[in-house]
Design a protein around this ligand. Sequence first.
Ligand code: SAM
Length: 241
Amino acid sequence: MQRYFANIDQDYFVHVSKEDEHHILHVMRMKKGDEIEVVDNKQLYLCRLDDTNPLTISMVHEIASDVEIKEDVTLLYALTKGDKIDLVLQKATELGVKKVALIQSERTVVKYDSKDLEKKSQRFVKIMKEASEQSHRLVVPEFLGIFNLKALPPQVFSDVNFVAYEKDASKVSEQFQGLEKGKSVSILIGPEGGFSKQEIDNLVSLGFIRTSLGKRILRAETAAIYALSVIGYLLDDEKLI
Ligand code: SAM
């Protein structure tokens, strides 16, 4: 069943975006009586098309859903080349991330100037909204912005903050030491050239915990996907930690 993020008013009428209205009427060619799922304010609802001209949708009933990771997970991803960022945003959304920030560091080669930042941010939000709908999530991750590693704002920090550091080859069981149920978590992934020792030392002084992601050197996009998979597995599973 198709799912949309929309607003439901006090009369239980559903207000979808123009883009979603087009999708409902002209892509999915839905008819009166068809049903859709709607997420409004992190709650899922079954809704029905009362009319298509004009499009009128009303809420039928709530649907219980607990797809979200209880703890907020934030991905801090150093700018990488090409369209890897689009892939990472999509996969991070499917893996339950709540916030994403892009990071400029000593070795990031991609530079975004403020002029095209607005357009890129809109694209990033669109990618995460579509991935949220596809993965049946109740929230669209928040895009926090692009920040320099030397000036990380408070909003990128969590209760526990990890930096993935490939020089720390360690046993799998030693990964993400400090991850705890009930605590929000941030995970920082470096660019193609990695972080300098100086950057790592600064991050540790800011309270970041170094963690290995295993014995092999992963591409940045693989490292982000692996890290979020492990964090999701550990936090989602009742019996672990
Ligand atoms: N310095 C790496 C090298 O020797 O090729 C290049 C960096 S790697 C392509 C990009 C980022 O992924 C790293 O900065 C790190 O954050 C993360 N990463 C990759 N493999 C990792 C591993 N085995 N353990 C921890 N982090 C890893």
